[in-house]
Ligand binder design. Structure first.
Ligand code: ADP
Length: 476
């Protein structure tokens, strides 16, 4: 079984969020299921620099405004087809935004190129390769199923990692796409008179997945569907949720080279050394009391505005906080000001730092994830694996992966963390107090940590589910 995966991010080459972790980890997990994955990705500078053994695969005279070639090679053990199109992708930094922090004005063409190239490759434009299934991720790759449908390509899967990002463009963009006129319709890319990339992918893919069963249900409702819920309700029969796994080699507290002290579920005491380093890095007073952790985009989705307003309450419980994140200026300012109000109790580092994120999971007592919505969420899965107890909003994948420490779950010895709803200040304050109280019972806390570490958060189960989905599609 050959699957072509198309996405705008691929760990470790290009990453702005969880999408990259998923597309980077699935290929090796799927190889255990006899699925060969090739990944098509824009030729950003980081991709071109990492590509090894690159060989010409196909040339375009004009791919959305300039000549381009597809190069097939490898990087970090991944089989890659890079879209070497300097006029679209030879831009350093964030894959979507220019230096001014705004979307590149030609993003419609840049990501139409991704969808088009993916469908071309999957459909056998180079006769040596043809995919059984084209698997496209998020709006940037969402024209893949559209091209595959209208240009007679293979079966396709559209995966939604976050329905908030939809790729909507004015109707004039349609003329650039080279699609037949009938694609500008309700069962194509037309969306309220404009062009919707994700909408098109959802309308035309043979199967739709999202990254947790709870989120699959949520996006069929007006509250979470962000305008696409009607379409998703109509296509519910092909929609399912498959929870993400994590790369358990990259995220392994017993072998992690990025943390001072490695440990496992039987040597949890060793985490203390990590806690000390973490405190030092975040300029927090050392101590054995409760130390919360946050690794997050500082955005409304992540509930970080409400969280910022709860920081005085957090300190009032006697706890401390190490926060690593970057995002909206107002929230960055709010958490920074809280750190000035509570020196030694709240440590904030504004920035994106992969290494520090490992230290945080290995040294903090909790990982707080107060998201308003969360398709799957990865940080709580890393938390489970690192004995860093997840404290999460009851939504999306957070609901599916953390078992709340309520009386029944504690009694049955299945609890792995804390859940709360709704996401508002009062509930958050209450949860912070509840967490602090539970932390005083170290036996209970060790139980939460150990059970979390026993959870299977690897890609094995999800890869098996994707493989089954591909097989069903090919059979149908
Ligand atoms: P999303 O993709 O919506 O941002 P996820 O929880 O699915 O949320 O994935 C976030 C990923 O990005 C995780 O791997 C997390 O560790 C990482 N991450 C987020 N913010 C930072 C940061 N400031 N520094 C390092 N890693 C971060």
């Amino acid at each position: 079984m050959k699957v072509l995966s198309a996405a705008s991010e691929l760990f470790p080459l290009v990453k702005t969020g969880g999408l990259a972790d998923v597309t980077g980890a699935l290929p090796s997990a799927l190889s255990a299921e006899d699925v060969e994955v090739t990944s098509v990705i824009p030729g950003y500078p980081a991709v071109m620099a990492a590509l090894e053994k690159a060989a010409a695969f196909h040339a375009y005279k004009d791919l959305f405004g300039g000549p381009a070639q597809l190069l097939r090679g490898t990087a970090h053990g991944l089989d890659i087809i890079a879209i070497d199109a300097p006029h679209l992708f030879d831009r350093p930094g964030n894959p979507y935004l220019g230096k001014d922090g705004l979307d590149w004005p030609d993003n419609a063409g840049r990501f139409a190129a991704l969808g088009k190239a993916a469908a071309d490759v999957a459909g056998g434009i180079n006769h040596r390769y043809r995919a059984d299934v084209l698997h496209c991720h998020d709006w940037q790759a969402a024209l893949g199923p559209v091209y595959a449908r209208f240009l007679d390509g293979p079966k396709s899967v559209m995966t939604v990692h976050n329905i908030a990002f939809q790729g909507q463009f004015p109707a004039t963009v349609f003329g650039l796409l080279g699609l037949p006129q009938q694609a500008f319709a309700i069962d194509g890319v037309e969306y309220y008179g404009n062009v919707g990339y994700l909408k098109g992918g959802l309308a035309t893919a043979d199967a739709i997945t999202t990254v947790s069963p709870t989120y699959a249900q949520e996006i069929c409702t007006p509250e979470y569907g962000m305008g696409l819920d009607g379409l998703l309700r109509a296509r519910r029969h092909v929609l399912r949720g498959i929870v993400n796994g994590i790369d358990t080699d990259v995220w392994n507290p017993a072998k992690d080279a990025l943390i001072p002290a490695t440990y496992n579920a039987t040597t949890l005491k060793k985490r203390v050394a990590n806690k000390r380093t973490l405190e030092a890095r975040f300029k927090i007073e050392p101590g054995d009391g409760l130390l919360h952790g946050v690794i997050s985009r500082l955005t409304w989705q992540k509930g970080m505005d409400i969280f910022a307003a709860s920081l005085d309450a957090l300190v009032a419980t006697g706890a401390r906080l190490a926060l690593l994140g970057t995002g909206e200026t107002a929230i960055e300012n709010a958490v920074f000001e809280a750190s000035m109000r509570h020196p030694g109790r709240i440590g904030v580092i504004i920035g994106y730092d992969e290494e520090l994120s490992h230290l945080l999971q290995a040294g903090a007592d909790t990982i707080l994830v107060p998201s308003r919505f969360e398709p799957c969420g990865l940080t709580q899965l890393y938390g489970l694996r690192y004995g860093c107890v997840p404290v999460v909003a009851r939504t999306g994948g957070l609901n599916d992966t953390v078992i709340d420490a309520n009386a029944a779950a504690l009694q049955a010895q299945v609890a792995t963390g804390f859940q709360f709803a709704p996401v508002d200040e009062a509930t958050l304050d209450h949860t912070l107090a509840r967490t602090a109280e539970c932390f005083t019972d170290q036996k209970l806390w060790r139980g939460l940590q150990k059970r979390g570490m026993e959870q299977d958060v690897s890609w094995g189960r999800s890869a098996a589910a994707y493989a089954q989905l591909y097989r069903n599609l090919v059979k149908a």
